[in-house]
Write a protein that binds this ligand. Structure first.
Ligand code: PMP
Length: 423
C-alpha cells in the first residue's frame, strides 16, 4: 500500500482551524467531492498568468493575443485530458451543471420531428436529472436496481422498449463513489441508437478517462472538483449536436453576424461561449489537467484505493455505522463514501466532527434526493471524500472521532450548520 503523505501537493494542507475547546488543529479536509483544494501547480500557474490576462478573442493588443493563445491552449488541454477525439469540441463552461444544461439544449429531434428523449437513472445528482427533465423531449427516470448487473438489464430493456436520443449517466456517484462499467453501457446504448453523456464531476478527478477509448459521446466535468478553483468546467464531445443546438447564452462572441432583426450563430465552441471567457479559470483547470496527467499511470488510483479501503473498513468496524451502497456488486468505487450513524442526526454528526476534531465532511442529501429516498436515507447521511492531497492520518482521525462520538457524545449542543436541506 502507498502510505505517501499525498500523491500531489495541494494548497492549504497546513491550514489550522479552531476547535470548540479553544485548541487549534490542522484541518482534515474530507470533503473533496464537494470542492477539492487547488493543486500547488495550479496556484503557481495562475499566479504566473495573472499579470498577462486581458480580453480573449476581443483585442489586438499583445496581452490580448497572449490571453487568447493561453485560453485556446487551455481548451486543448482540458479536452485532451478526457481523451477528446480529433473532431470533438471542448466547450469551456462554468461547471458540470452548466455543461449538462448546455447539452440539454442540443439534443436533436428524431427523423419524424419528435423532440429527443433522454434516459436517466434515479441515482443521479440533480445536475444530471433536472436539465433532462425540462429539455424539449423530457426524460424517463429509471429506478435503479440493487446490483450493477440488474441495472444494466433494466437499461437494456428500457432502451429496447422506447427510442432515446441520449442516455445520461453518472461517471461515478457523488453519494457512493460507485459506477457502472462504461464499456457495457456504451455498447447497449449505441446498439439502441442512443448517445451517452457521462456526468464526470466525480469521475474525472479520480480516474483516468478517455472519450476516444470508451466511445462515450460526451463528458461534463468541473474544475473545482478537479483541483482547480471555481468558475471553469467543460463539456467535451461530438461536434454535430453542439453545432446545431440552441446557443447556450445569447450574446457577444457566439455569432457570425447580427442585424436588427436576425442573427447568424457561430459553430461550437464559440456558439455556446457568449460573453467574455474565463481565461484564468481555463488556465487553472488546464494546469490541474497537466499535473494529474503527469502522474505515473495508476498512482492516483492506488492512492485512492488505499484511502478508501482504510475509510470503509474503519467505518464498518464501528457498531452503529452503516456504509451506504447503491449496488452490491459495484467494482472499485472512487474515494467518496457516504455513511449513516444510525439514529443520529447527520447534521449533528458533521457539526461535531468540525467543532471537536477539525474534520470537514458533508451531510445532507447530496443533491441526490431520489437516490437517498430509495435507499432509505431521506433524513440524510454523512459523506467523507478523499483526494490527491488526503493522508491516511486524516482518515484515521475521522474513524477515531466517530468512535469517541459514539462512546462519549458531543461535549456541547451545536448549532447545526444548515447547509444541506435544499441541496
Ligand atoms: N454531478 C455530480 C456527480 C456532482 O458530484 C456534482 C457536484 N456535487 C455535480 C454534478 C455538479 O457539479 P457543479 O456544482 O460543479 O456544477
Amino acid at each position: 500500500p502507498i502510505e505517501a503523505r499525498s500523491c500531489l501537493p495541494v494548497v492549504g494542507s497546513d491550514t489550522l482551524v479552531p476547535l470548540v475547546d479553544g485548541r487549534t488543529v490542522p484541518y482534515a479536509n474530507l470533503d473533496c467531492a464537494a470542492s477539492a483544494p487547488a493543486l500547488l501547480a495550479v496556484a503557481e500557474r495562475v499566479t504566473a498568468t495573472l499579470p498577462l490576462y486581458a480580453s480573449v478573442h476581443r483585442g489586438a493588443g499583445y496581452l490580448s493575443q497572449v490571453s487568447t493563445a493561453l485560453y485556446e491552449a487551455s481548451r486543448q488541454t482540458i479536452g485532451a485530458f478526457v481523451g477528446a477525439r480529433t473532431d470533438d469540441v471542448t466547450v469551456v463552461t462554468r461547471n458540470t451543471t452548466d455543461a449538462l444544461n448546455l447539452l440539454a439544449g442540443c439534443v436533436p429531434a428524431d427523423a419524424d420531428g419528435r423532440a429527443g428523449r433522454v434516459l436517466v437513472l434515479d441515482v443521479e445528482h440533480h445536475a444530471n436529472l433536472l436539465p433532462w427533465q425540462r429539455s424539449a423531449g423530457g426524460a424517463t427516470v429509471l429506478i435503479g436496481a440493487d446490483s450493477v448487473a440488474h441495472t444494466l438489464d433494466a437499461l437494456r430493456a428500457e432502451l429496447a422498449r422506447a427510442p432515446y436520443a441520449l442516455l445520461a449517466l453518472t461517471g461515478a456517484s457523488n453519494v457512493t463513489g460507485e459506477y457502472l462499467p462504461v464499456a457495457d453501457v456504451v455498447a447497449l446504448a449505441h446498439e439502441a441508437g442512443a448517445r451517452v453523456v457521462l456526468d464526470g464531476a466525480q469521475l474525472v478527478p479520480h480516474r483516468r478517462f478517455s472519450l476516444a477509448a470508451t466511445g462515450v459521446d460526451y463528458i461534463a466535468y468541473s474544475g473545482h472538483k478537479t483541483y482547480a478553483p471555481f468558475g471553469a468546467g467543460a463539456l467535451v464531445g461530438r461536434r454535430d449536436w453542439l453545432d446545431a443546438g440552441t446557443p447556450y447564452l445569447a450574446g457577444g462572441g457566439a455569432v457570425r453576424q447580427v442585424d436588427l432583426d436576425s442573427v447568424s450563430w457561430g459553430t461550437a465552441p464559440a456558439r455556446h461561449e457568449a460573453g467574455s471567457p474565463n481565461v484564468i479559470g481555463a488556465v487553472a483547470l488546464a494546469a490541474a489537467c497537466d499535473a494529474l496527467a503527469a502522474l505515473p499511470a495508476g498512482t492516483l488510483e492506488a492512492h485512492e484505493a488505499f484511502l478508501r479501503e482504510r475509510l470503509v473498513s474503519g467505518l464498518e468496524s464501528i457498531d452503529g455505522i452503516e456504509v451506504v451502497r447503491a449496488w452490491a456488486d459495484a467494482v472499485d468505487p472512487v474515494g467518496v463514501v457516504t455513511f449513516s450513524v444510525v439514529g443520529h442526526d447527520p447534521g449533528l454528526v458533521a457539526a461535531y466532527l468540525s467543532a471537536e476534531h477539525g474534520i470537514g465532511v458533508r451531510d445532507g442529501r447530496f443533491c441526490a434526493h431520489p437516490l437517498l429516498a430509495r435507499l432509505g436515507y431521506s433524513a440524510g447521511a454523512v459523506r467523507a471524500s478523499v483526494g490527491v492531497g488526503t493522508t491516511h492520518d486524516e482518515v484515521d482521525r475521522l474513524i477515531s472521532a466517530l468512535e469517541i462520538y459514539l462512546s462519549e457524545g458531543p461535549s456541547a449542543a451545536y448549532e447545526i450548520v444548515d447547509v444541506c436541506w435544499t441541496v
